[in-house]
Write a protein that binds this ligand. Structure first.
Ligand code: URA
Length: 193
């Protein structure tokens, strides 16, 4: 198991499938438990993540940690990855060609993990993972099922930093996640509110 994760990470770290490799400092592969039942998927690394090689370590990441803490989880209880593993310059949205070039890595991570639940962080991840015409403001917090895996999208933590009025909705979505974990996960312990 660990062997296959290591091989995958090594291969991913030398990827040059799209032009983002030219400007990256680090490939941001993913972090968390290799047997996590819950997989969080963001959009792509920002400056801090590119610098440190770990997803969600900037301000948005701290807010994600806080949201996890509300339901009694830490980032070590779950797995966190992104649609694209290298930082798009100037934090622009990852292009379709970049997402298509990169998505195979996430598919292989998902195949190793076999998560019970997937949580898309924001619109870009939801459009790639749930449905291309996903509307985050209307469909966040709703559960969808694909091949036996339950998935939902929540507002991206960076969007919550920009627009704090959306935080109560995000709180409700995390409560729904907590309930779903209790319903379908066997090893993931949630507590808190
Ligand atoms: N935003 C993302 O979507 N992913 C990260 O890793 C950091 C910020």
């Amino acid at each position: 198991m660990t062997e296959r994760w290591e091989a995958l990470e090594q291969a991913c770290k030398s990827c040059r499938e799209c032009s983002l490799w030219e400007t990256r400092k680090n490939v941001v592969f993913g972090v968390g438990r290799q047997d996590a039942e819950v997989l969080f998927i963001g959009e792509g690394p920002g400056a801090n993540e590119d610098e440190q090689g770990e997803p969600f370590v900037g301000r948005a990441g701290h807010l994600l940690d806080d949201m996890l803490a509300i339901i009694g989880l830490t980032r070590n209880d779950v797995y966190i990855a992104n649609i694209v593993k290298c930082r798009p310059p100037h934090n622009r949205d990852p292009l379709g060609v970049e997402q298509d070039a990169c998505i195979g890595w996430l598919r292989r991570q998902t195949a190793l993990l076999r998560p019970k639940l997937i949580v898309c962080l924001g619109r870009i991840a939801a459009m790639k993972i749930i449905r291309p015409d996903f509307r985050i403001s209307q469909e966040h917090g709703q559960w969808f099922e694909r091949s036996g895996v339950q998935m939902m999208a929540v507002y991206h933590p960076a969007a919550l930093l920009r627009d704090p009025q959306r935080r109560p909705e995000a709180f409700d979505d995390f409560k729904s996640l907590q309930a779903k974990i209790r319903e379908v996960c066997e090893r993931t312990e949630v507590n808190g509110l």
